[in-house]
Design a binder for this molecule. Structure first.
Ligand SMILES: [Zn+2]
Length: 474
């Protein structure tokens, strides 16, 4: 079997993963700024990192995953200007910044749980890590790569990079990188490209902490460097984020981290593509109205249909959100669950039928080839189709193995479908219906059938008068 490989933005090529300390893989994902609900585009990117993590685990790696939570310092522009996003919502909703952040973080974590995304080992909030950020800023100052002014501590980008050097990640010069952007040139900054590590003298800002340079708050970029180093060490294996992070946020993370430590910050930078609407525009918060996971339930879709919808596209390709696409994913989910729900006990054997091996290999090969989830999904579907064609359902072990990454609750589906025990209130309806049929009260029997069906049960009346009841595959 080929080893796991992934596209590294640093080298612009697919590379075989060589973790620093196998079997551990350290994985840092730039997390959400918690000032609004996370829309489906945001959720898509965390699902990609869940696929990545589970694919690594399938390869025997032990993944240590950290996601940060930005609850201070992310301004309404990705530069240092504008208003703090959390504080803007706090003012609008009449809440404290802490309340706003906790509320939207809980909502995000709930959505991830609905999508069967494994929680990271560490969720770290920026406001809990101010001392770590201050210590890192001191190191950057000691290395001569930052300077203190009245308005803040700034990173000296030109000193670090030189005027004509290209960025390690973006491969753009500073001029190219900022072309078309209106950079606010604070008179305190040596260059408009310099960015704030610590912001000073903003009396209107609600969240402020003491620092060696005066009261203030951290810049957005420094939090990721400080927290990833704290939990994962000074060099991490994989750092993920959206493609929009490449030119500024991640370039700045590299600059400040490598200035402080003197060595490589990240071995593999992995970036995900956007979820777009029908017109091809990125789903974003700035667009005003944006789709949420809760909107899908209103359409009668299972949250895991969205998981499967995302799995059906490659993480590096744009994915267009459409009703048809979501419904097709729901149909695919139903197809796999229907099969799982109908695997009889005698088909669950220690060794699956031979033909399953071929699909198992295809599934792993696809994931190991730069996380090619659509090809992996095709292998899973084809295996089920083949089992149906052959009338040979001895593929349960392989299907369960696939579900370690797919996470479609196939095991639960089968257990529920096979269960002959019903919850007490369901058993009561079944008994009442049996009584109604005995007394030939068919109207009442039909009403009870409708009630059972509404609760997710399949009702089959046999010719001999006996009825069978089964929990439907969800
Ligand atoms: Zn980050």
């Amino acid at each position: 079997m080929k080893p796991f490989s992934i596209y590294n933005t640093l080298s612009r090529s697919v590379e075989v993963l060589k973790p620093l300390d196998p079997p551990t893989v350290t994985l840092y994902s730039c997390g959400p700024t918690v000032y609004l609900p996370q829309h489906l585009g945001n959720l898509r990117s965390y699902l990609s990192w869940d696929f990545l993590r589970r694919a690594l685990e399938l390869n025997g790696y032990r993944v240590r995953h950290v996601i940060n939570v930005t609850d201070v310092g992310h301004m309404t522009s990705d530069e240092d200007e504008g208003e703090d996003k959390i504080e803007k919502t706090a003012r609008a909703e009449g809440k404290s910044p802490l309340e706003v952040a906790s509320f939207y973080l809980a909502m995000f974590q709930h959505d991830l749980a609905m999508l069967n995304a494994e929680p990271p080992q560490v969720w770290c909030r920026a406001t809990d890590h101010i001392p770590d950020m201050l210590a890192l800023i001191e190191r950057i100052l000691a290395a001569g790569m930052a300077y203190v002014t009245k308005s803040g501590v700034y990173f000296d980008v030109e000193r670090y990079r030189g005027t004509n050097q290209l960025g390690k990640l973006s491969r753009q010069s500073l001029a190219e990188q900022n072309a078309g952007q209106r950079l606010e040139h604070s008179p305190d900054k040596k260059s408009p490209h310099d960015f704030a590590l610590w912001v000073l003298n903003r009396p209107g800002h609600l969240m402020q902490w003491d620092s060696p340079w005066g009261r203030g708050y951290p810049g957005w970029h420094i939090e990721c460097s400080a927290m990833s180093m704290k939990y994962l060490g000074e060099t991490i294996d994989i750092h993920t984020g959206g493609m929009d992070h490449i030119p500024i946020h991640h370039e700045n993370e590299i600059a400040q981290s490598e200035s402080a430590t003197g060595h490589r910050f990240v071995d593999y930078f992995v970036h995900g593509a956007f979820l777009v609407d029908k017109s091809g525009a990125k789903i974003s918060k700035s667009a005003g109205k944006f789709p949420l996971l809760s909107d899908l339930s209103a359409m009668g879709l299972d949250p895991l249909a969205f998981r499967l919808f995302c799995f059906g596209a490659k993480y590096r390709s744009e994915l267009a959100l459409s009703d048809e696409g979501l419904r097709a994913a729901q149909a695919s989910l139903d197809y796999l669950r229907e099969f799982a729900g109908n695997v009889p006990a005698e088909a669950v054997v220690p060794e699956d039928s031979d033909f399953a091996t071929r699909f198992r290999d295809q599934f792993v090969e696809a994931l190991n080839d730069d996380l090619n989830t659509p090809r992996a999904l095709a292998a899973a579907r084809e295996m089920v189709a083949e089992a149906n064609r052959r009338g040979d359902r001895k593929i349960w072990n392989t299907l369960e193995f696939f579900d370690r990454v797919l996470q479609l609750d196939l095991q639960k589906t089968r257990a529920a479908a096979q269960s002959t025990e019903f919850p007490a209130e369901v058993q009561k309806l079944i008994d009442e219906r049996a009584a109604a049929r005995r007394t030939k009260d068919f109207q009442r029997a039909d009403r009870l059938r409708a009630q059972l069906e509404a609760q997710g049960y399949e009702v089959k009346d046999g010719r001999d008068g006996a009825a069978t009841y089964r929990r439907r595959a969800r």
